[in-house]
Design a protein around this ligand. Structure first.
Ligand SMILES: Cc1ncc(COP(=O)(O)O)c(C=O)c1O
Length: 443
């Protein structure tokens, strides 16, 4: 392959660049110049100026193919006309009210219509809040205090959901009973006691641990395509076992589909044919605006029902179901029909197989995982099963950092951890562009 399209996009790295100046200014008023841990890059990141479709232009004028889409939130890329117009139309009539609006009913109806396990839904402002509210609903419904989650899985920033997120060989304990490790300094020991950690994709081990702890468990929370665990789709028999053991003990099964809802018309649960009691949503359902949602069985969702006085689980939120998000989300989701998902699936497959071919040609070690429009690049080659097999450190981590930087400096945006995704704005030409740059960078 010739590198005819190879470009340099590293103006931001110049000490006199706009990004350098902005980051110096930012550091005076924000800790480390940062308001979102995920977007930090040493010594500072490029700053975004504007985006159109699958391209983003930084403050120094460099243009990159955006294969991160605000960490998977933008299913149509940037500034999609129908989505922008829907948001602008709603904005012109007022952005938030101390009253519900019709738009929230329409987006709840869309989720209920598409996802068989969702009878009722309710909105939050982020995926983290959706997870928090789902866990509180499970506690309120079952009267049990603890939850179980999978080692390494990310579910946002609620204390209980953060447990074991950064486990390492030094503290992760035995696979059959992974240790509950703190992620943020200051996490109370009581929180660690209230979270049972399970090994992802190990049906027998996880089910056995759930059986042992069943009496105290309100919920098992599970992301069927967990990014930080390595973005391997869950094994079918594992999901079936989790469904069975939770149902047997009256434990609610929560699927966190904040990211994975983009893998199919009915989300990952539709693709796998395994349905939870509750689902958390976020990212794509807001059309690029802040959003989260929780949906599920009507009898469980009744914990939020205020008609008989104070609900079992009160859930306020000044900006819950804000109509601009609802309008943009509706416009974005209505464009996602079966054909749109099929096209994304096909392009995701093309990208993953093309990436593998680049590695093979270069004789470089590495791997790519993912499903549908999602992909994750790994610096080492092995069989990815669970968090422990996907975790990288030392030399592998440095290789991934180098690849990320090389892509960033040659016109492609993915996450520093190797996560990427496609939007409907991408065509075969952009995938070819990406593979050409990968081909250069892996060499
Ligand atoms: C699976 C999963 N759950 C929850 C969250 C939290 O969502 P938010 O960043 O909107 O709070 C994320 C964010 O990336 C996520 O990937």
């Amino acid at each position: 392959m010739q590198n005819k399209k190879l470009v340099a996009t590293r103006k931001y790295a110049d000490p006199d660049s706009k990004a350098a100046r902005l980051s110096r200014q930012a550091r005076t008023v924000m800790p480390g110049g940062n308001s979102r841990t995920t977007v930090y890059m040493a010594p500072y990141p490029p700053y975004a100026a504007e985006g159109q479709g699958c391209w983003v232009v930084d403050a120094d004028g460099d243009r990159r193919l955006d294969l991160l889409n605000n960490y998977t939130a933008l299913i149509h890329g940037h500034a999609h006309q129908a989505v922008s117009e829907a948001a602008a139309r709603r904005l012109a009539r007022g952005a938030s009210f101390a009253m519900p609006t019709p738009e929230e009913i329409e987006l709840a109806a869309l989720l209920a219509e598409r996802v068989p396990s969702v009878e009722q839904a309710r909105f939050t402002n982020s995926g983290s809040e959706a997870v928090m509210v789902a866990i509180k609903a499970a506690r309120g419904f079952t009267g049990r205090p603890r939850i179980a989650k999978f080692e390494g899985a990310y579910h946002g920033s609620y204390d209980w959901a953060e447990v074991s997120l950064g486990s390492s060989p030094a503290n992760w304990g035995p696979l059959e009973a992974p240790a509950s490790t703190p992620y943020s300094r200051g996490t109370p020991a009581s929180v660690l006691d209230e979270v049972v950690v399970l090994p992802f994709n190990h049906a027998r081990l996880a089910a056995a641990r759930i059986e042992r702890e069943a009496d105290s468990l309100a919920a098992v929370i599970l992301d069927p395509v967990p990014n930080r665990v390595g973005l391997m789709p869950a094994r079918a028999e594992f999901l079936a076992a989790m469904r069975e053991v939770t149902a047997k003990h009256g434990i609610l099964l929560i699927f966190d589909e904040v990211i994975s809802f983009r893998v199919g018309y009915r989300g990952a649960q539709g693709a796998f044919g395994v349905y939870p009691d509750l689902t958390t949503f976020g990212k794509i359902i807001g059309g690029g605006f802040p959003v989260g949602a929780i949906g599920g069985r009507a009898d469980v969702m009744a914990v939020f029902d205020p008609r008989e006085g104070e609900p079992a689980v009160p859930h306020g939120g000044t900006f819950n179901a804000n109509p601009v998000t609802m309008a943009a989300g509706l416009a974005a989701m209505r464009l996602m029909d079966g054909a749109a998902y099929a096209r994304l699936d096909e392009m995701g497959e093309t990208l993953r197989s093309g990436f593998r071919a680049c590695l093979e040609r270069a004789g470089a070690s590495g791997a790519i995982t993912g499903m549908g429009s999602l992909f994750r690049i790994h610096p080492g080659a092995r069989t990815f099963v669970d968090y422990r097999s996907a975790v990288t450190d030392g030399a592998e981590k440095q290789r991934l950092e180098r690849l990320h930087r090389a892509l960033l400096d040659h016109g492609v945006l993915i996450s520093p951890t190797g996560l990427g995704c496609l939007s409907t704005a991408v065509s075969e030409a952009e995938i070819e562009y990406f593979l050409e740059i990968v081909n250069h960078c892996v060499r």
